[in-house]
Write a protein that binds this ligand. Structure first.
Ligand SMILES: [Zn+2]
Length: 422
């Protein structure tokens, strides 16, 4: 047994535990983790106490709408209604080249921020499935750098727009990994339930996942989360189900919420919160005091439900900001969910790493489980110039190094500010 490695990372500090570690990498995998002072390697990076994290995850972004804000016009009111009308016009002008150019820029931004697993929504309302084709092409092109899961997303509904059911099936044939539904936008509660039944049955038949846009509204009567949980159990899809947004849960009365949180836990589904866009979209029509635009992250987590954080829109007619840095989502969640305790800040980092990995069902491919890297798993990780979780969320830096299967795939040099004079 040789103790020579292709790469050794020395003196990294594992976020959460603070213990110093060396990582020995061979054939792109973790061959040894611990103290490797005596070992030799073809290449060595001395991390000098840099903070070590597993890869970031992005469980909900729209690679087809990304970077379209202001084109053709800006959403001046900031409302969902104006966003939809601008996007409807922009959507009609989509070409494959246009989607590839914007989505590729976005993917590269994500890689620079340390995201190595990403789940994209792609609207399949277009009969030619132009955007889907483009995103599937990029999924292949970037396979060595980032895992991309593609979700066939019926923006205009499944019951309201019956063609979407067949297009979702076609999308899965073309290579999409999962399907979606927007039950709260269907015409009636009954249609919403039916749309979920159709999406779940399709996923069950095709062994796909279901990623639902669930109760993205301030309406306390929007109760599709219970339907998702129930169908997750009934179809056996369980942890292959994610409920994104789930904002209405913030308005549920307490006895009902207590019922629903137990059901969600039992179902094994994950909640994906999108604190950036929902902080500006939700609560707009409330009288004061206005809602905060976030699901009950803390309460779900305390009950043992898996919660992940997502960035969602990046410079779109719906949200003109957004960088692709998961730490931005964690920063916003710290505020909106009242999670500023020291251990809570570490929990938020968990929601953009292992929480996202669980929501995306990455299993052993993620290489990090139970708070530790796994020997034999792909050697993918991030190194940061930061003290701890709170420091990361406060400064939101790019990783100094992004390593994927033992290979450095992105580096960011620290910005240097000079105070002149004084
Ligand atoms: Zn979204």
């Amino acid at each position: 047994m040789t103790n020579t490695y292709e790469l050794i990372i020395r003196n990294a500090r594992l976020a959460g535990s603070g213990g110093r570690l060396d990582l020995g990498i061979r054939d792109g995998r973790f061959a040894a983790i611990g103290q490797l002072a005596a070992a030799e390697a073809e290449a060595v990076i001395d991390a000098e106490g840099m903070l070590l994290l597993p890869p970031f995850t992005e469980p909900h972004v729209h690679l087809d709408t990304t970077l379209t804000a202001g084109n053709p016009v800006w959403n001046e009111s900031g409302t969902l209604a104006e966003g939809i009308s601008i996007w409807t016009a922009r959507k009609a002008a989509l070409t494959k080249e246009d989607v590839i150019a914007r989505a590729e820029r976005t993917i590269r931004m994500y890689i620079g921020y340390g995201v190595l697993h990403l789940r994209s929504m792609v609207d399949i309302g277009d009969p030619k499935l132009t955007a889907l084709e483009a995103v599937l092409e990029l999924k292949e092109r970037y396979r060595e750098q980032i895992d991309i899961q593609v979700t066939a997303f019926p923006q205009d509904g499944i019951v309201s727009c019956p063609d979407n059911e067949q297009r979702m099936e076609e999308a899965l044939r073309m290579g999409a990994d999962g399907v979606s539904a927007v039950p709260h936008l269907e015409r009636t509660r009954e249609d919403g339930v039916l749309s979920l039944q159709k999406a779940f049955r399709l996923a069950q038949r095709q062994q796909a996942y279901v990623h639902v846009f669930c109760d993205e509204t301030d309406d306390e009567a929007s109760r599709f989360l219970e339907v998702c949980a129930s169908l997750a159990i009934e179809t056996g899809l369980l942890s292959r189900v994610t409920a994104a947004h789930a904002n209405a849960a913030a308005y549920y009365n307490e006895p009902y919420f207590q019922k629903i949180v137990g059901l969600v836990k039992q179902s094994g589904l994950s909640i994906v919160a999108c604190p950036l866009i929902n902080s500006v979209m939700q609560g707009r029509y409330d009288a004061y005091p206005k809602g905060r635009g976030i699901t009950r992250i803390k309460e779900f987590v305390r009950t043992g439900v898996n919660v992940a954080l997502a960035h969602d829109d990046i410079r779109t007619p719906f949200y003109p900001l957004g960088t692709g840095n998961p730490l931005d989502a964690a920063h916003m969640a710290a505020h909106l969910a009242h999670m500023s305790g020291r251990s809570e800040l570490q929990e938020l980092i968990g929601m953009i790493t292992a929480g996202g990995a669980a929501a995306m069902n990455l299993g052993n491919a993620y290489g990090f489980s139970g708070g530790a890297f796994v020997e034999g798993a792909p050697a993918s990780f991030l190194l940061f110039d930061a003290e701890d979780a709170g420091d990361l969320i406060r400064n939101r830096p790019s990783p100094r190094y992004v390593v994927r299967s033992g290979r450095v795939i992105a580096e960011t040099l620290p910005a240097v500010t000079k105070i002149v004079g004084g």
